[in-house]
Ligand binder design. Sequence first.
Ligand SMILES: Nc1ncnc2c1ncn2[C@@H]1O[C@H](COP(=O)(O)OP(=O)(O)O)[C@@H](O)[C@H]1O
Ligand code: SF4
Ligand SMILES: [Mg+2]
Length: 369
Amino acid sequence: MKLVDAKDVAVHFPIKGGVIFDKTVGYVYAVDGMDLQIEEGETYGLVGESGCGKSTFGRALLWLDEPTGGSVTIDGDDLATLSKESLRRKRKDMQMVFQDPLSSLDPRQTVESLLLEGMAAHGLAKDKKAANTRLRELLAAVGLPPQALSKYPHEFSGGQRQRVGIARALSVDPKLIVADEPVSALDVSVQAQVINLLEDLQEQFGLTYLVISHDLAVVRHISDRVGVMYLGALVEEAHADDLYAAPLHPYTRALMSAVPVPDPTAEDTRERLLLTGDLPSPANPPSGCRFHTRCPWKQATRCDTERPQLRSVSIDGIPETHRVACHFAEGIFDGSLTEHEVEAVAVDPAATGTPDEGDLFQHGSISEL
Ligand SMILES: Nc1ncnc2c1ncn2[C@@H]1O[C@H](COP(=O)(O)OP(=O)(O)O)[C@@H](O)[C@H]1O
Ligand code: SF4
Ligand SMILES: [Mg+2]
């Protein structure tokens, strides 16, 4: 069963300015035409470089940034049709885990009060004894001792704090967890522990995950399916193994060639494709295929005029579930089209129009705002 069904989701942030104060002079097209479905119990990994709209999309799914277009249906409910109170109750089913646990947890609250707060908001703390039992169960589930209840967030290590953040999301017994860069702030040695914990909890509680990361290695390990995002929309989607075995989109190939592989012989021979130039501004996205300004396979026709849709390809061995948004995926795959040099196009900083708070959001420190 589909738990998440996002159709043509857009989040356009107005850029205010001009002579008359508060006049909208443009938009940041942070998310623009995202289609994404997640099956119940599935882990969907969403990757893409910083600024491509991953966090904004995650927030739109949970109705934290209300989409300016498209629809989001969670467990059969179209979120746009819910009353304020129904949406509030629905939030119990959809929780978020942030990148930086320290900034997403109130430093003045003990772990006990942090966990009880969420539970109380959804009427899960009425019976004190039952709530206490639940708190202990939650801590055990995330691998923390009962003594952790009386401590404050700063008293924990980064990894332990992320365990508290996960316990808090779990406390209301959600169906869907959106984990936005859940291990990016952690030491590499701790990252695997937290990823394993997320996997264990999924099995134990039947959770569905959207895991957002700029790091392909993180997403590969945990995901059933992976979606690659570029400037507000998906450019490729496939089962994780299929994607890593045969990346079709030039952007995915570039992302993958930036990830070192542990085997030294493979490391020496692997394809290295460097991305030329910066990510274009989402306030002024390129026409046609949004990747055309950086694509080594860009063709004289279609690429800069016609926006490619996500589609299945007719290539032997590539399953129908593996979809790509590139007009020329077949020719790139079979080598009949060859790559060429890309001239770096300077991004005009004056045209970015991105307000400062956008940077804050990238670090997930929402509770501090
Ligand atoms: N509240 C906001 N107002 C205006 N622009 C925003 C806001 N939040 C994010 N942005 C911009 O939208 C784009 C996508 O941001 P984000 O979703 O944080 O990307 P990612 O998570 O992939 O790094 C960026 O250009 C960012 O600066
Ligand atoms: S559509 Fe054109 S510009 Fe876009 S990825 Fe394919 S070849 Fe490159
Ligand atoms: Mg982000």
